[in-house]
Structures are given as structure tokens and as C-alpha cells.
Design a protein around this ligand. Sequence first.
Ligand code: NAP
Length: 351
Amino acid sequence: MTDTTANTPNSAAARPEGAIAVYGAYGHTGRFVVAELHRRGRPVVLVGRDEAKLREFGRRYPDSPVRVASVDDPESLDRAFVDVGAVINCAGPFLETTLPVADAAIRAGAHYLDVAAEQASAITLFDTYTDRAKDAGLVVAPAMAFYGGLGDLLVTAALGDWTSADEITLAFGLDSWLPTEGTRLTGASNAGQHLVFTGGRLVPFSYSQEVSAWEFAPPLGKQQVNEFSTADQVTIPRHVRTPEVRAVMNVAALDDVRSADTPAPTPADDSGRSAQTFVVEAIVRNGGQERRAVAGGRDIYAITAPIVVEAAERILTGRYTTTGTVAAGETFDATSFLTALTPDHLTRLEI
Ligand SMILES: NC(=O)c1ccc[n+]([C@@H]2O[C@H](COP(=O)([O-])OP(=O)(O)OC[C@H]3O[C@@H](n4cnc5c(N)ncnc54)[C@H](OP(=O)(O)O)[C@@H]3O)[C@@H](O)[C@H]2O)c1
């Protein structure tokens, strides 16, 4: 069901065939996002702060306008987003870019999506942008990515007709985690700001070295896991009644990303995807009953592109239920969304 408030004059819904601007277009994740939009035939505006990098990258997409814009210069963002239907922000660390880019998107009457892993930027958008976005008939969709989006969709699909859960667990299993420069910068800028959702609220995450065993779906199999803090602990409680959203990740992947010696990912095929594989398992419990959903695929950066692009396409074509700041499972049909990612992007999906 489409929220009719989206069809206000000057809103992006009034121009559903509009282009999508990608901010941070030439970054590692931005490149996957631009490629996915291009693959789908959606007009793209390439936006970023570094003119030389942007023009060099733009040579691959001669039909796409190139617009230089800085978060320190709101007018440059206004010029960049002037005629677009949606903005996808891929420029992280997001603590620096989320608010100026979201503000400019709303000023332009464009929907806003980002791929932030930082919980703080998503919290700010949920807490302070919902009414503004609703008034403008727009969707603001933070963390529409591997972290924050995929787990949220899996939990929503696993819940089925349950509207609440006694406990939600997400288990992330990666065969390795080779971090990009953006991940390292984000980790540094976000240090000390990690939260977990327990007892019905977000509380500071106390890192513990305590490990437990988790039997992941093949090929990962049995792994030692550690408690983990993720954007899903912000998105899920926004639309699912539950006191507990627990997340764990295998220790081998956590060790990779924490080590200064771990190299950046390298392409393993023509699409630029690395050979990294992932499995994400969502387990929801009520009383003695348990339901689960599992997804698997390759490259957590690459999979972020079809997630955020599928979200943007659904918004621009009216396949969402609510305006304002939203989580993926809150505004999209989770099962249909996840199924749309198979088999090209999710090679495993069990709901
Ligand atoms: N939630 C998830 O699952 C998920 C998935 C993928 C990525 N991410 C996040 O996405 C972000 C980017 O990751 P990445 O791997 O694509 O990194 P990357 O390759 O380093 O790209 C970062 C991009 O952001 C731009 N940028 C950084 N700070 C900026 C600022 N203050 N103003 C304007 N542009 C800025 C960079 O431009 P310059 O080259 O000019 O600095 C570059 O284009 C990270 O925060 C990462 O955590 C999250």
C-alpha cells in the first residue's frame, strides 16, 4: 500500500522516473551502487567532493552528469540534487556527511537513503527527521545496507505474522573481512560510540572477550562468535516490539577488521566483487517457539548496492508503506524485497 502523503506537489513521488544522485559516487561502495543503478537503466547523477576523482570515474558513464559538491557548501549540494528523485549517500564516515546530505535532499524534495554503519547517524535521522520527512512526503532511509538493512529484512521476514518477539538474534558469519579505507576511517571516527539493544533500550556496548560457539549454515560451519554492535540494533526496534536485539559475529572476521595489517579487498571478478562470502542468520523467539531466516552471498560491500538500489527503486515506484524515517522491514515487504535479491546477489535465502 502506498502512502498517499507521498504524492504531494514538489515531492519526489511527483517525479517517479527521476534520476538518482549518488553522493560519494567514486568510493568503493559508491562504485557498486552506480553500477547497479546503471545496470537497471536508472538515470544517475554522479556527485562527490573531489572534482578530479569524480571526472575520472565519470568517464565510465558518459551519459551521467557529474556534479561536484561539498558537505561544507550547502548551495553546492542544492545544485547537485536539483532535479533528482532520490539521493543515495555512500560517503562515509557518515557522522560528517549524513545531516548535510539529508538536509539538502529534503530541500530538493528528494528521498534520502544512506549506507551508514554508524548507529549515531541513524539514531539522529530517526529521532529528528521523521516529522520533516513526513511533512515533505519523503522517505529517509538510513543504513539501507549489509549492516542495518539485510538483518532488519531477515528479522521482519522471519517474524511473519508475529508482531513482537521475546528475543531477536542476528548472527553474522564472514569467511574474512578485508576492510576498505572507508571502513577504517569510519571505525576510527565512530570509536567508543557502539550501542547494543537490551532491556528495551540502547545501552553502551561493553566489549567482552567471552566467546561462544555458533553453527553457521555451510560452507562456514561451526565458528567461535563474539557479541557485536550493529546498525540493525537501531533499525529493528524502531518497528518490532522486542526487549532484546542481540548480534554476534565470528571472531575470525572481527580479528581481521581489528588488525591494522589486514589488506583492503581486491576484485575477484569483472563486477569488482571480492571473493569474501557471508552468511547472516536471524532468529526470533517467542515463548518456546523459534523462527529463523538465513541469507548468504558474496562481498558485504557489493551486496550493499542491490540493497540500497532496490530500496530506492521501490520508493520511486511507490512500493513502500510509510514516509518519514524508516527501517527496511518497516516500509517494504521484506520477503518480496529479499527474494528480489536472489539469485544474482543472494545465493542463499531461507525464510
Ligand atoms: N552499513 C553497511 O553495511 C556498509 C556497507 C558498505 C559501506 N558502508 C560504509 O560506507 C562508507 C564508505 O565505505 P567505502 O568502503 O565505500 O569507503 P571509500 O572507498 O573510502 O569511499 C568513501 C567515499 O566517501 C567520500 N567521503 C568521505 N568523507 C567525505 C566527506 N566528509 N565529504 C564528502 N565525501 C566524503 C570519499 O571521498 P574522497 O575520496 O574524496 O575522500 C569516497 O568517495 C563507510 O562509512 C562504510 O562504513 C557501510
